[in-house]
Design a protein around this ligand. Structure first.
Ligand SMILES: NC(=O)c1ccc[n+]([C@@H]2O[C@H](COP(=O)([O-])OP(=O)(O)OC[C@H]3O[C@@H](n4cnc5c(N)ncnc54)[C@H](O)[C@@H]3O)[C@@H](O)[C@H]2O)c1
Length: 434
């Protein structure tokens, strides 16, 4: 299938790099978003999210004249849906007295509905948003067929998940292997023809539900592996063991590779996607929901470590370093670091957080603009996210900025011998020995 013009619905971390990349590869692209702030920012040639290389990619795309920004879809050869699929915060499912989270598919539903009036014979529609199994078939087909056209016959329909790593999105978009699942083999082939315009990695074609499940399996696999690392960190502390040392040694086994523990699992992928499988088959997802519960409760374990370090938290001043869900990104969604700060505040601690990638932080958390401000009068400094600039701090640097010599490291980012030699007392997550 040949493509001249496409519409990309949703211009966030996924949609914007995708739209820009197609535009710089010669397609005419209409980028669509429903957020007026996003539209206004992009129209000025600026970006609303932090992603290395994205500003340059947008500028290049706008310069070609191929990329335009619009509030609704227009007629095109293909439509790509890259809108958010979070979970509801106020609605839950229940199975055998255990609650599970439910996917909020409202954005996918309304983006799909917006395509109906402009859908034409011979078009291709691709859903990229991470979605529960069977979404393409059970949710998208009935909506799109309201156009009077038949999926897989009059228009092609495919699911193609995104697997990029924030911080590396522009490179991985092109280089990663890509799976494209069609509602028919013709649909899958049409999807392959579209992405082959810029994808250099292997393109694997399959059916739509397999492609949906592949994406969920990938993130669930990661979540479960982090859950076991987090559970090991709890056990290590109980048994007087250093989890980091034990994990390093265990991983010397040729068939063992244990991930790192931390204060929890965040971001809107790994901490969300496994619930899509649980929701779709709660009776069959015992292990998946148990892992989710371990990871969701890890911020409480992190809180107890701070309590161990400082004692009663009430009225104590704590500098929290980092709020992002992982190092060197500005994404605070579902961040366990933010959850630890909320828990500390609930215990009466006075927390000043410093998030260098997003200075405004989050509502309900006092954020300061510099590291100096955060640590100036702190009783204890808690490293929550191993941003490179925090890892690079030396005892000498920090001693000049803060009176406290009490540190809690949730990431094993600081060398204990070095800090202890400089007079600091360092508590590390998952370490039950001094
Ligand atoms: N960010 C990642 O690293 C990543 C990785 C893999 C998969 N995903 C998946 O990709 C999807 C998109 O994620 P994201 O991180 O780009 O989200 P995002 O929140 O950064 O961006 C989504 C954009 O869609 C817009 N939007 C919402 N409803 C819309 C509608 N009806 N029509 C048009 N635009 C609409 C929002 O205003 C927003 O700008 C999600 O399903 C996510 O799980 C994300």
């Amino acid at each position: 299938m040949k493509f001249n013009k496409i519409c990309v619905l949703g211009l966030g971390y996924i949609g914007l790099p995708t739209a820009s990349t197609f535009a710089t590869h010669g397609l005419r692209v209409v980028g669509v978003d429903v957020n007026p702030l996003v539209l206004a920012t992009l129209r000025k040639g600026e970006i609303h999210i932090h992603e290395p290389g994205l500003h340059a990619a947008l500028e290049a795309a706008l310069k070609t004249g191929n990329l335009t920004i619009n509030e609704s879809p227009v007629e095109a050869d293909a439509f790509i849906i890259a809108v958010p699929t979070p979970f509801y915060n106020d609605k839950f499912g229940e199975h055998k007295d255990q609650k599970y989270k439910l996917a909020d598919m409202r954005a996918v539903t309304s983006a799909t509905q917006a395509i109906v009036p402009v859908l034409r014979k011979g078009n291709l529609v691709v859903l990229e948003s991470t979605s529960p199994p069977r979404t393409t078939i059970d949710l998208l087909i009935p909506i799109l067929e309201k156009s009077g056209l038949k999926a897989g016959v009059d228009f092609q329909l495919a699911y193609s998940p995104e697997r990029v790593l924030p911080g590396q999105i522009l490179r991985e978009l092109i280089e990663n292997a890509r799976v494209i699942g069609g509602v028919t083999s013709e649909s899958a082939e049409a999807g392959r023809d579209l992405y082959a315009i810029f994808v250099k990695g292997q393109i694997v074609i399959t059916d739509a539900t397999t492609a949906e499940m592949v994406k969920l399996m990938e993130n669930t696999y990661r979540d479960i592996n982090i859950a076991i690392a987090n559970e090991f960190s709890r056990l290590a502390e109980r048994f007087g063991v250093d989890a980091w040392e034990a994990i390093k040694i265990a991983s010397l086994h040729p068939r063992v590779k244990i991930l790192n523990p931390g204060p929890g699992v965040g971001g809107h992928c790994i901490s969300v996607d496994p619930w899509f499988l649980v929701e779709s088959a709660p009776d069959l997802s015992t292990l998946i929901s148990a892992a989710r519960r371990v990871n969701d409760s890890q911020p409480h374990f992190a809180l107890e470590l701070v309590r161990k370090a400082i004692g009663d938290l009430h009225g104590r001043k704590i500098a929290a370093l980092g709020l992002a869900f992982k190092p060197d990104v500005d994404d605070l969604r579902e961040s366990p670091a933010a959850e630890v700060v909320h828990l500390l505040q609930e215990e009466g601690a006075i927390v000043k957080a410093f998030e260098p990638f997003r200075l405004e932080g989050l509502p309900g958390i006092t954020c300061v603009n510099t590291l100096e401000e955060a640590v100036r009068d702190a009783d204890c400094i808690v490293l929550l996210v191993h941003h490179a600039q925090f890892v690079a701090l030396s005892p000498k640097d920090l001693a000049k900025k803060s009176p406290t010599r009490l540190l809690v490291d949730m990431r094993n980012a600081w060398n204990p011998a070095q800090w202890q030699a400089a007079g600091f007392k360092l508590f590390r997550l998952g370490v039950g020995k001094n």
